[in-house]
Design a protein around this ligand. Structure first.
Ligand SMILES: Nc1ncnc2c1ncn2[C@@H]1O[C@H](COP(=O)(O)OP(=O)(O)O)[C@@H](O)[C@H]1O
Ligand SMILES: [Mg+2]
Length: 328
């Protein structure tokens, strides 16, 4: 567990980057730090691996005050991924990924095996990519290498600072999905910085939404943040597309379905009752009838229509978040 206790950092220029921040990050979850530019996200992240030391307060990792740990040793246990990847340009991809295991003095065979395993994991076939140089890769591929390098010695903690911020939207969405599926099996403790609420909702188990000087506006699950913004500030940060985003976390309310006692019409796409509204609506739109047949297991539950969509959203707001997808 990572715990920041009353942490403050003021830079010499006078800017108070982080003021009295107390934050607990549970083991095995992805905690997203999000907020406007300059609100102190990067500073907060870098205080965890001691690239920056706080002026006041302390950072505890697994109950140990990080000030008592040598920074280099501390960082061996924390993978660090940044937007600019920080790959060594004159080193091969394999050499880059093997950086931390070399520092740990692993033997060469073990490093080679680990490098190939990781390149495989991030979707870069080792025979093709291992001996290339960073400039011979696309932005998205370099980002994958940065991620593989951070994972190399299997650190329990990953710190990621806008890791997918520099790639195009399609690549970013693919990287997000890959990150989620890898994280699902690894269950690292991840602190993930972004300024993009869509990304936060997709990758986060928890979202910590910050105001300037790293003041916490809301620290909650993505579902709660989207459906129960704690303040006007949070609602505003979510923006006008909030409703659309809520569709991706709210599930179908069975009471909003049309003709529950009927049967599906021929050619209507089928979706499970556990679908989110986005999934159900996408299916409905793909049908000539603009309806999707909803099934609760084998049982036909009714037809999902545009009215079901609006009603599900509306009832969810009125009745409270029971119908919200868990662990988006
Ligand atoms: N090395 C530095 N020297 C002086 N000021 C800094 C430094 N790093 C960050 N700051 C200032 O601290 C504030 C928070 O910065 P940062 O943590 O990078 O924000 P974020 O990552 O949320 O955009 C900003 O006002 C920024 O200008
Ligand atoms: Mg930053």
């Amino acid at each position: 567990m990572i715990r920041l206790e009353n942490v403050t950092k003021q830079f010499a220029s006078g800017s108070n980057a982080v003021r009295d921040l107390t934050l607990e990050i549970a083991d095995g979850l992805t905690c997203v730090l999000i907020g406007p530019s300059g609100c102190g996200k990067t500073t907060t992240l870098r205080m965890i691996n001691r690239l920056i030391d706080p002026d006041h307060g302390r950072v505890m990792v697994d109950g140990v005050d990080t000030r008592t740990v040598d920074p280099a040793t501390l960082r061996l246990k924390m993978g660090y991924v940044i937007q600019q990847t920080g790959l060594f340009p004159h080193m091969t991809i394999g050499g880059n990924v093997g950086t931390v295991p070399r520092l740990w003095n692993w033997d060469r065979k073990r490093i080679a095996r680990r490098v190939d395993e990781l390149l495989e994991l991030v979707g870069l076939p080792p025979p093709e990519y291992r001996d290339r140089y960073p400039h011979q890769l696309s932005g998205g591929q370099r980002q994958r290498v940065g991620f593989a390098r951070a994972l190399a010695a299997d650190p329990p903690i990953l710190l990621m600072d806008e890791p997918f911020g520099a790639v195009d939207r399609i690549t970013r969405e693919r990287l997000q999905q890959e990150f989620i599926s890898i994280q699902r099996s690894m269950r690292k403790t991840v602190v993930f910085v972004t300024h993009d609420i869509d990304e936060a909702v997709i990758v986060g188990d928890r979202i910590c939404l910050l105001k300037m000087q790293a003041e916490i506006a809301q620290y909650d699950t993505p579902e709660k943040i989207l459906t129960r913004p704690a303040s006007e500030y949070v609602a505003e940060f979510l923006g006008r597309e909030r409703l659309v985003r809520r569709m991706s976390v709210v599930r179908i309310n069975p009471q909003t379905l049309d003709e529950p006692d009927g049967g599906p019409r021929t050619g209507e796409p089928r979706v499970p009752l556990s679908s989110t509204l986005t999934e159900a609506f996408a299916a409905a739109l793909s049908s000539p009838t603009e309806r999707a047949a909803v099934f609760d297991g084998d049982r036909y539950a009714g037809a999902f229509t545009a009215t079901s969509l609006l009603e599900s959203l509306r009832r969810e707001s009125v009745e409270g978040g029971d119908n919200v997808a868990a662990g988006v």
